[in-house]
Write a protein that binds this ligand. Structure first.
Ligand SMILES: Cc1cc2nc3c(=O)[nH]c(=O)nc-3n(C[C@H](O)[C@H](O)[C@H](O)COP(=O)(O)OP(=O)(O)OC[C@H]3O[C@@H](n4cnc5c(N)ncnc54)[C@H](O)[C@@H]3O)c2cc1C
Ligand code: SF4
Length: 507
């Protein structure tokens, strides 16, 4: 059947769903939704196919188990292996990772765009073109700085420390104009104050009357003739168990893969659509490490904007950003001290503040590949990146102490509480082994890199998969390098760029 405009749950439609549209988009996250919006602007009919469910703000709960089970890839258990085990969460549902992200909005740094143009041949990544995308993205997802009244103490205390040290600190711009400061962005936004792409780009696209979004469908296969894809195939999933309960077949003239930087390369590789020379390679993730501090004043880290303030050290290869998590997650972060020491910190949780360092990864090596027992995600944390992380952790501890913290706990095994700035550097030596640092990353990128040459990239500068006439990729996997800033805006810009290129070439 021709795509029906609107939102659909395939699990409610029956055993076999057959769709036909000008363009079929696989995945409804930051990239897929922005791409669908650009295609809808051009009057094209679009079927967006998403393995997760449709969600409304009222569905979200402050409940870790519920969120991991329903809103996260692999039920929240996705990790990398290598010289450290790193949790690598990603979103699952209409809206993708924007459902569970902190809404931080950064424009792509100009030096990164320059590097992409000059070193990788991405000739369309110009400052002028991207400035137009940023304007549109700012309007569509409502980027703004939230008022001080909702930032609350975790952000305010870090700001105070940064100002005392004379650092370049600023409020974070966020795509959450109605943020109520409940601090649980990673569980979905229950107030609707966050403008995730399901409620913005995708809603805009649907309103044009040519776009249908089909949830509960996982695309697994392709049908092709010559150098053209003719259809994608897959399963309708039970929204609770994720077990296959039916089939989906979507025919189209153009196909856009936007399953995110872990799923997209695996889909291309599994179907023989790209070579493993580059597809699945070049994984970068922005490794981060969080620090906790005990303060004399009440912080109440369960209240306020989840991530509201940052210190800009991009030129040194890292950013410091505040963050808060729920009490059970704070407990998990306290892996350094055991027994009574942990319970003491937990008993004092109302006085605990938290912030961390995010690294612009440059010498780490990562890849993703399929094995018979599932995805194998490998990441070797490079020495240069570790040095940049340690620099960031040291500065973060000093900011916390400058703000008056009585004790800072850095995120590594065997950490002892730090009470004086002069003890910080020796307590965080560059020789700290990677496997002893509590790393975390939620920004996979780079596994279907864009470039001007087929021999060194997976997609061309318009997102077209080399060797295929009508297959594109439009998500964070196409970045040729890491960014050093949070990636949702750059992903949306790539989605718009790929959608515009399809419309300009004609169907
Ligand atoms: C916890 C967390 C916090 C973050 N915070 C921020 C932040 O504050 N600011 C920021 O800039 N970035 C943040 N990010 C990162 C940002 O959200 C992502 O970089 C961005 O959403 C990536 O977009 P994408 O289109 O590549 O993939 P995603 O947004 O992850 O979307 C991919 C979608 O494709 C679907 N899919 C995958 N395979 C298939 C298939 N075969 N069939 C059908 N559907 C499929 C998935 O279910 C998913 O919904 C955060 C990420 C996480 C996980
Ligand atoms: S902190 Fe703001 S954006 Fe995040 S979930 Fe709460 S209300 Fe939504």
């Amino acid at each position: 059947m021709k795509v029906e405009p609107g939102r659909h749950s395939a699990s409610a439609l029956g055993g076999r769903v057959e769709l036909e549209a000008d363009v079929v988009v696989i995945g409804s996250g930051a990239g897929g939704s922005a791409c669908a919006a650009a295609l809808a602007d051009a009057g094209l009919s679009v079927a967006v196919i998403e393995e997760g469910r449709h969600w409304k703000p009222a569905d979200f709960r402050q409940d870790t188990a519920f969120s991991l089970r329903n809103l996260y890839q692999d039920r929240g258990a996705r990790t990398t292996r290598g010289n450290a085990i790193i949790p690598l969460p990603g979103g699952r549902g209409v809206g993708g990772s924007t459902l569970i992200n902190s809404a931080i909005a950064f424009k792509t740094p100009a030096p990164v765009l320059k590097q992409w143009r000059e070193d990788f041949g991405c000739e369309r990544a110009t400052d002028e073109r991207f400035a137009g995308y940023f304007d549109r993205i700012w309007r569509t997802i409502g980027v703004t700085v939230n008022p001080v009244a909702v930032q609350r103490n975790n952000n305010l205390v870090f700001k105070e420390g940064a100002e005392k040290l004379g650092l370049n600190g600023q409020w974070l711009a966020r795509s959450a104009p109605g943020c109520a400061g409940c601090g649980i962005c990673q569980y979905g936004c229950p107030s609707g104050g966050k403008f995730s792409v399901d409620r913005t780009f995708l809603a805009e696209a649907i309103a044009k009357g040519t776009v249908g979004v089909y949830a509960d469908c996982r695309v697994t296969g392709v049908q092709s003739e010559g150098d053209k894809i003719t259809a994608v195939t897959g399963h309708i999933l039970d929204p609770e168990t994720f077990a296959p309960i039916g089939e989906v077949v979507a025919k189209g003239k153009v196909f856009v893969v936007a399953g995110g930087p872990i799923q997209s390369p695996l889909f291309l590789l599994k179907n023989g659509l790209a070579s493993s020379d580059h597809c699945g390679q070049h994984l970068v993730i922005h490794p981060t490490c969080g620090l906790l501090a005990r303060n004399p004043q009440v912080i109440a880290p369960w209240s306020g904007v989840t991530q509201g303030y940052y210190v800009d050290c991009w030129d040194k290869g890292f950013l410091l950003q505040t963050f808060t998590v729920t009490p059970d997650q704070y407990f998990l972060m306290l892996q350094g001290p055991v027994g009574a020491a942990t319970m003491e910190w937990m008993a004092d949780l109302s006085h605990v503040s938290s912030a961390g360092a995010l690294v612009h990864d440059q010498d780490s090596v990562g890849f993703v590949r399929q094995t018979p027992i599932g995805a194998d995600i490998y990441y070797h944390f490079g020495d240069g990146d570790k040095t940049r992380l340690i620099d960031g952790m040291r500065l973060c501890a000093k900011v916390m102490l400058a703000a008056g913290a009585t004790s800072v706990m850095a995120g590594h095994m065997g950490a002892t509480p730090l009470a004086r700035a002069e003890d910080v550097d020796s307590a965080l030596p560059y020789e700290l082994p990677a496997q002893q640092i509590f790393l975390y990353a939620s920004h996979p990128m780079g596994t279907c890199r864009m470039g001007g040459e087929a021999s060194s990239s997976v997609v061309d500068p318009t997102g077209k998969v080399w060797g295929w006439a009508n297959l594109r990729v439009a998500d964070a996997s196409v970045f040729p390098t890491s960014l050093g800033v949070n990636p949702q805006v750059t992903t949306m810009a790539m989605g718009l760029m790929v959608g515009e290129a399809i419309a300009a070439e004609g169907i």
